[in-house]
Design a protein around this ligand. Structure first.
Ligand code: G3P
Ligand code: MG
Length: 258
């Protein structure tokens, strides 16, 4: 079962602003989104930052790996100039600040644990610990309708990161993220006590969608950039998806296709 928003802006503002930055988040919010997916990994000092690639060079100029730098060094780097001159100087967000801003503005978060290779367990543990503390009240309040659902959903391709998150904060919901469903997807999802399956829509079949739903999981697809495809997936029983094309597929898309 899926208790969360159904259309999410991928990496904050999709492809309309630099990914995983405050500017991206604000762009998504300007388009009306109050639900986003974004990526988090640890810097050298163990402080989580909002970043997709484990290396510099694509969205942040420079060389080497994210784990070669402390979080404040990364925060001082330019994560926006690659996208456009008007975004020059956008730093790599610190996860805590980014998440606090989302919480304060009612933006629901699918936090993707994106550990640098070899840092799976510490990433899952650190991010889960922080997120659970930030949403302690929501996670404890099972009596007020809708309160629990404001807490973020942690997802990851890494089983180790999800297991570490489960160990540290079992009360924080998790989703098992895969490009393609492997034959043993259900066993693996149950191993991390996942509430949802996140999958690349390109590899999903209608039969798999039925199986996931029949097994009682939420079903989320990434990254759906065409309205017709989004409508098709919803017809298969997919609960929710993220999009890069926040200009074509808005937060109210689901009510429009019904
Ligand atoms: O969480 C869904 C999606 O973001 C996974 O792929 O590479 O865009 O982080 P990626
Ligand atoms: Mg992601």
């Amino acid at each position: 079962m899926w208790r969360y928003p159904k259309v999410l802006a991928h990496r904050g503002g999709g492809t309309l602003a630099p990914e995983n930055t405050m500017a991206g988040l604000l762009r998504g919010m300007r388009a009306g989104f109050r639900a986003i997916e974004y990526d988090v990994m640890l810097a050298r000092d163990g402080v989580p930052v909002v970043m997709h690639d484990p290396f510099l060079g694509r969205t942040v100029p420079g060389s080497g790996h994210v784990v070669d730098y402390d979080a404040l060094e990364l925060a001082g780097m330019d994560a926006g100039g690659w996208f456009g001159r008007e975004y020059e100087g956008e730093g790599v967000p610190l996860f805590v600040e980014f998440a606090q801003f989302c919480k304060a503005h009612g933006v629901w978060m699918n936090i993707e644990l994106k550990p640098a290779p070899g840092h799976e367990i510490e990433t899952g543990g650190a991010v889960a610990r922080i997120a659970a503390a930030m949403f302690a009240d929501e996670l404890e309040d099972r009596s007020t309708p809708g309160r629990l659902e404001r807490a973020p959903l942690l997802s990851s391709f890494s089983m180790d990161a999800l297991l570490a998150a489960h160990e540290v904060a079992p009360q924080l919901p998790r989703a098992f993220l895969m490009s393609e469903l492997p034959p043993d997807w259900e066993r693996r999802a149950r191993e991390v006590d996942a509430v949802a399956i996140h999958v690349n829509h390109r590899h999903l079949t209608p039969q798999q969608a039925r199986e996931v739903k029949a097994a009682g999981f939420g079903l989320f697809c990434y990254t759906v950039n065409e309205a017709a495809r989004a409508a098709e997936l919803l017809g298969w029983g997919v609960d929710a998806f993220c999009t890069d094309r926040i200009d074509l597929i808005g937060p109210d898309f689901i009510t429009q296709v019904k």
